[in-house]
Design a protein around this ligand. Structure first.
Ligand SMILES: O=C(O)CCC(=O)C(=O)O
Ligand SMILES: [Fe+2]
Length: 317
């Protein structure tokens, strides 16, 4: 159950986190003709929080727990992606527009025909070797081949600097070629699905491998499960994609990806070789369920429309 708080003074909105609960604070001006029912939309249960106590009214809302599976691990979504259109949020209006790239059509899609399971296995082994060099003390570790960031204990090190000469024994030029090739195919399918010019989309940071297991979090970096909006969390993102490198239910349990819509949850079950992609604004609020058993590998591959935020493909030093 997700709880939302509304405050009666419309000055904007912000999202706050409290443990696993997302608090969405919407302030509505008293002069604004305001019907609470219009905020408390479909599927939500609302009530007044601490009535009479606060000079400003707070409303506590819970969103429905109805869950729809957009793609289960067992099915193969191929050759065409399965596309779900959603209305774009206003997030993009506060940013410079880049014709041919800025989302005009928003939504989410799942495609199993872009990356083969064999390719996913090669990338997973790459992630396993890289992350075996260090890793977080908590349950979530990352490896960013672009910046070199690698989780180590409670912090990060630069894998290229820290492991210098050893890097050639861990990654091969063929691994990096596959990584670049796969990111190009993901870029192409996002462009085709959303009607974009692929040459006007740029890879952005962070783009990283993740390894998640059920070990308890030791620092905030390990808390991957909070609901979030990628454009808010990471700034430059316009399109997010996830390439899954392991299978829900056989390699790990928990760890499903959840879109948190106003009228319920919509999940994508990870499947090795599955690419899930979506526009990065608040139309795609999401979270990852806690992993309860096993190890989950994925790559977050992010794209921006702003050339100033572009990053280059990684190369071996
Ligand atoms: O690994 C996933 O399924 C999602 C990760 C995510 O939400 C993110 O990297 O922003
Ligand atoms: Fe995310």
């Amino acid at each position: 159950m997700h709880f939302f708080l509304y405050k009666t003074q419309f000055l904007g909105h912000k999202t706050l986190f409290f443990r696993d609960i997302l608090l969405l604070q919407v302030e509505v001006s008293l002069s604004h003709s305001f019907s609470f029912a219009s905020l408390c939309s479909e599927g939500m249960l609302c009530g007044r929080d601490r009535p009479g106590e606060d000079p400003v009214d707070w409303w506590l809302c819970s969103w429905s727990d109805i869950t729809e599976v957009l793609a289960s691990q067992r099915e193969l979504v191929s050759p065409e992606p399965r596309v779900f259109t959603v209305q774009c949020s206003e997030d993009y209006e506060n940013h410079k527009r880049y014709p041919g790239c800025t989302p005009q059509k928003c939504g989410r899609a799942v495609a199993d025909g872009v990356v083969t399971r064999e390719e996913a296995q090669v990338l997973r082994r790459l992630a396993e070797r890289g992350l075996a060099l260090a890793g977080s003390e908590g349950g979530a570790s990352i490896l960013d081949l672009h910046s070199g960031a690698l989780s180590m204990g409670k912090q990060f090190v630069n894998i290229y600097r820290y492991f210098g000469d050893q890097i050639g024994d861990v990654f091969t030029p063929e691994d990096f070629q596959l990584y670049r090739d796969v990111r190009g195919r993901i870029q192409a399918i996002i462009a085709k699905t959303f009607g974009l010019d692929p040459t006007l989309m740029y890879l952005t940071k962070p783009t990283f491998f993740s390894r998640i297991n059920s070990t308890a979090a030791k620092t905030q970096h390990d808390e991957y499960w909070h609901p979030h909006i990628d454009k808010v969390t990471y700034g430059s993102f316009d399109y997010t994609s996830l390439l899954y490198l392991s299978d829900y239910d056989s390699d790990f349990t928990g760890g499903r990806f959840v879109f948190m819509d106003q009228n319920g949850n919509r999940t994508v079950e990870p499947r090795a070789g599955r690419v899930s992609f979506f526009s990065s604004g608040s139309e795609n609020l999401h979270r990852v369920e806690k992993v309860t058993w096993g190890t989950r590998y994925a790559i977050t591959v992010s794209f921006t429309c702003d050339p100033a935020h572009a990053i280059a493909d990684p190369t071996l030093p």
